[in-house]
Design a protein around this ligand. Sequence first.
Ligand code: NPW
Ligand code: ATP
Ligand code: MG
Length: 327
Amino acid sequence: MGLGWVATLVCERVLRRTFSLHKAQSVEDMENFFQLVRNIVPAPTLKKHKGQDGQIGVVGGCQEYTGAPYFAAISALKVGADLSHVFCAREAAPVIKSYSPELIVHPVLDSLSAVEEVQKWLPRLHVLIVGPGLGRDDQLLSNVRGIVEASKARDIPLVIDADGLWLIAQQPALIQGYQKAILTPNKMEFSRLWEAVIGGPVDDRDHRGSVLRLSQALGNVTVVQKGEQDLISNGQQVLACSQEGSSRRCGGQGDLLSGSLGPMVHWALLAGPEKTNGSSPLLVAAWGACTLTRQCNHQAFQKHGRSTTTTDMISEVGAAFSKLFET
Ligand SMILES: NC(=O)C1=CN([C@@H]2O[C@H](COP(=O)(O)OP(=O)(O)OC[C@H]3O[C@@H](n4cnc5c(N)ncnc54)[C@H](OP(=O)(O)O)[C@@H]3O)[C@@H](O)[C@H]2O)[C@@H](O)CC1
Ligand SMILES: Nc1ncnc2c1ncn2[C@@H]1O[C@H](COP(=O)(O)OP(=O)(O)OP(=O)(O)O)[C@@H](O)[C@H]1O
Ligand SMILES: [Mg+2]
């Protein structure tokens, strides 16, 4: 048995343990996806100005939840965005500002002119992440509906998470057919969307089929169903991400994922299908963000075990990103 052959076998075994394989996604496909993510990451250069690698907005933050928008916005920065804005309810703003001087915080979401206030910033934003820590207050959700419509009118990519998905479950037409949207439901949020769009209970025997069907029913909006394995579909393809994480399920990991999607989506759309080898740029971005989040969880758990929190995971973003995507 030649050494090269043994190396191939070991390599394949390691990859098989890392990724669950299925017909449409071979080991080679997985290796390709790492390469595709590497292709979209902006090359280091001294020629750029502030903002070019991403100006991201997070719409969320209310009296109850200040952690979630902070986690999302700081994750966007740690992945490599240049500027991160948070548009939140008035009373959440001083709290979020006090967590970090890096974030630009706008206390506008519960004002009568919320849509106009956010609209002023839209020309400068590359991606909007809607929902982390938003809450379910009717007035706030009505303002967010206006913000989503204004963003669509400007063709701004939207990552919809958490209570943003609550809004979509009430009004699926708001996002129907918008090709620059990514929805990131957890198990509960997925069931709510399914009930609203398709009706009845989710078929737990066919996760892949379910995520594919929901994406199709929403007009090929990209859906990331988070769980033991993350499943990503644009209604044509289903990708799985089973990057090793850990058994630790502290709150906030979904916020890290939606935040890191911000710059990834911006980079993937800038790079275009040429760099993603014909694959949908949003699928590549989503696969990259899922892989990164799970790797952060893995690294943080190795250091902190059961005391791991999302803050520990955010501290791992730089090292995890380099390990996965920098050659
Ligand atoms: N530090 C902060 O500020 C954080 C704030 N956050 C913000 O909280 C807001 C609400 O978000 P959410 O995720 O709690 O709402 P939703 O999905 O309706 O879950 C409600 C209930 O459903 C269940 N359940 C959930 N997942 C499940 C699963 N996989 N499998 C089975 N059951 C599952 C579970 O029910 P339980 O077990 O408690 O009965 C859960 O309690 C939103 O704004 C979000 O951004 C978070 O981001 C965290 C950090
Ligand atoms: N059982 C699991 N095993 C491994 N990883 C998981 C598991 N469940 C979720 N994850 C990972 O955790 C991350 C967040 O998913 P989760 O379902 O916890 O989101 P969430 O409920 O929206 O989180 P948040 O508390 O931020 O709202 C995803 O990257 C997902 O891959
Ligand atoms: Mg969540």
